[in-house]
Design a protein around this ligand. Structure first.
Ligand code: DAH
Length: 327
């Protein structure tokens, strides 16, 4: 093995022209890092005959020690210089990708991407919420039977507590109506929580809420946008059915089903015209403004889109499952 004789001299020469700490560390990696001549030569020693190995190992050790000293001294010298550009460890690191996006993130983004060009603003909402925003302001009075459809996690197990984990993203409707000017076009994705668990239900899942409050919006507008969204989502003409339903915060209310191959009709979202009690509670003039709202379960849409049959797969951290959704 040939050890270049001028390694130390060239390193010393290059060190003299260093202008910044970053340059210094680059140079040090070049001469003493994993891929440097010295370090990679050590791993090649095992291929040499034993007499040669002893000689070369000795020379390599001397070279490594000399280089180490050279760089140690240079660093001291550099740190004393006022003209040197220092490393700023507070700068953000270069971004690099690890793994791939979770399928629920992907589907959420796909849904948002339909509405963003239509000027819907994205709102993030509170996961820990008060009874007021989760129920009362949405026209679920205390002891109303509709509350029983939501098996709620209260944050104080002894009695009715002020705080709870929101059972739906509809709470953001109230926050948005109380804080924003009209007209309002909003979308709010996020996690929701219900005391529920089997192969189609989870105690934590994801919803996307939509709300429009404007002059003269109609149920026809709501139908039009949802049918167009569904066909855009599945990228094909889809049979869509609006089935009369009940939600306290909308009147009239509907559940939307789509015809899905051999599975028949499947429910994918709830929607309706915002109930006047809700608008009034948010100080909105119901003579002038009307609203429509909709809420969809992202896991349900992801299951249909990807053909997943057990909702629990999404959160089992099973890499064999997750690797099927590369970026
Ligand atoms: N919040 C309802 C739920 O979780 C879904 C829903 C229905 C949302 C109708 C809406 C709506 O905005 O208008 O079951």
């Amino acid at each position: 093995m040939q050890i270049p004789q001028d390694l130390i001299e060239t390193a010393a020469l290059k060190l003299k022209s260093v202008q910044s700490e970053a340059e210094f560390f680059q140079l040090r990696a070049q001469y003493l890092g994993k891929k440097s001549f010295v370090v990679s030569s050590f791993s090649m020693l095992r291929d040499l005959k034993s007499e040669e190995k002893v000689i070369v190992a000795k020379e390599l050790n001397i070279l490594k020690n000399d280089l180490t000293k050279l760089f140690e001294n240079a660093l001291q010298e550099i740190e004393g210089r006022s003209d040197i550009v220092k490393l700023d460890v507070t700068l953000p690191a270069d971004p690099f990708l690890v793994g791939s996006e979770h399928p629920i993130t992907k589907i959420s983004q796909k849904i948002l991407n339909y509405f963003i060009p239509l000027n819907y603003q994205i709102f993030s909402g509170n996961e820990i919420e008060t009874d007021f925003y989760n129920f009362e302001a949405l026209n679920f009075p205390e002891n109303h039977p509709a509350r029983q459809m939501h098996d709620t996690f209260y944050l104080n197990s002894n009695s009715k507590s002020e705080y709870l984990l929101r059972t739906h993203t509809s709470n953001t409707q109230i926050h948005a109506m109380l804080s924003e000017d009209l007209p309002l076009y909003m979308l709010s994705p996020g996690r929701v929580f219900r005391c529920d668990s089997d192969n189609t239900h989870l105690p934590m899942f994801t919803q996307i809420e939509g709300l429009v409050v404007d002059e003269a919006v109609t149920f026809g507008d709501l139908k039009g946008i949802l049918i167009d969204f569904i066909e855009d989502f599945f990228n094909e003409k889809t049979d869509v059915r609006f089935r009369p339903s009940y939600f306290p915060f909308t009147e009239p209310s509907a559940e939307v089903d789509i015809k899905f191959g051999s599975k028949g009709w499947l429910e994918i979202l709830g929607c309706g015209m915002v109930h006047p009690n809700v608008l009034n509670g948010c100080n909105i003039d119901t003579k002038k403004f009307r609203g429509f709202a909709f809420g969809m379960g992202v896991e349900r849409l992801a299951m249909l889109y990807y053909g997943v049959t057990d909702i629990r797969e999404f959160y089992s951290s099973n890499l064999d499952f997750l690797k099927q959704f590369p970026s």
